[in-house]
Design a protein around this ligand. Structure first.
Ligand SMILES: N[C@@H](CCC(=O)N[C@@H](CS)C(=O)NCC(=O)O)C(=O)O
Length: 252
């Protein structure tokens, strides 16, 4: 079985898939796309992934898109070290959480990410080039236009951080209900993997505010101590490693 993963080091959705590959000890070829340069919008890539986003998996010629779909697919085709509960009820709960995660933190985290890390690159573009770049994005056109070259306004940033906070509270309630330490109990599942990059991102941006939630503190320490974590977050996977202006901000 040959796996080729089109992805980006700093992409949270890509990090989910790399984590599962690494945890399973599966070899994969990594094709790194430069998202700020628009590699994901080139015609050849759009043939693979018409959404113009990463990640995309090529498994012996079969193209699979969407990170949560890819991680479930990997669990099906390479079941060694499985991340999916056997009990159908637990499995349904895991999938419901994965939907919640895509709707809440995975979407919310884009606002501080773009405002704090990517905006300076977009501000260097002339307005015509920025408009054309935004218009060429199949999935994120309106998002880019709402952000514009001045960034999301404060109320949007505040709302995004409130949505993150509600995510930690929801995670806390799930861990309490399941008995932890993972969201669904004793075993790590794809739901933990799905939410992990959003918390890593918020932490990297210096915006983590879950210290009053000890179950989340333990969960975060535990997932960062997982053997798959380090190979997934190789150098350049954190925004603070790529953007010097952010390093100054987060250490301030
Ligand atoms: N639901 C998709 C979302 C993928 C997505 O948003 N990818 C981002 C990186 S995390 C991307 O490629 N962005 C490129 C862009 O906005 O042009 C998934 O989970 O795979």
């Amino acid at each position: 079985m040959a796996f080729k993963l089109y992805n980006a080091p700093q992409s949270t959705c890509s990090q989910r898939v790399r984590f599962v590959f690494n945890a399973k000890g599966l070899a994969f070829e990594e094709v790194k796309l430069n998202l700020l340069e628009g590699d994901q919008l080139k015609p050849d890539y759009l043939k693979l992934n018409p959404n113009g986003v990463v990640p995309t998996l090529d498994h012996d010629g079969a193209i699979i898109i969407d990170s949560n779909v890819i991680t479930e697919y990997l669990d099906e085709v390479a079941s060694r070290i499985n991340f999916t509960p056997e009990d159908p009820v637990k499995r349904a709960r895991m999938r419901a959480l994965m939907h919640f995660i895509d709707e809440m933190p995975a979407a919310a985290v884009r606002v501080p990410t773009f405002n704090l890390a990517f905006l300076p690159s977009f501000q260097k573009m002339d307005s015509e080039a920025f408009g054309a770049m935004a218009a060429s994005k199949p999935l994120r056109r309106e998002f880019m236009l709402t952000m514009g070259q001045t960034g999301f306004p404060k109320h949007e940033m505040d709302a995004a951080l409130k949505r993150m906070r509600r995510t930690y509270e929801r995670m806390d309630a799930e861990i309490e209900k399941s008995g932890g330490p993972w969201l669904l109990g004793e075993r790590i599942t794809l739901a933990d993997v799905a939410v992990m990059p959003s918390l890593v991102r918020i932490h990297d941006l210096g915006l983590a505010d879950w210290q009053d939630l000890p179950r989340i503190v333990t969960w975060f320490d535990k997932i960062r101590a997982h053997p798959a974590y380090k190979p997934t977050f190789y150098h350049g996977s954190l925004l603070s490693e790529r953007f010097p202006h952010l390093r100054e901000k987060t250490s301030a």
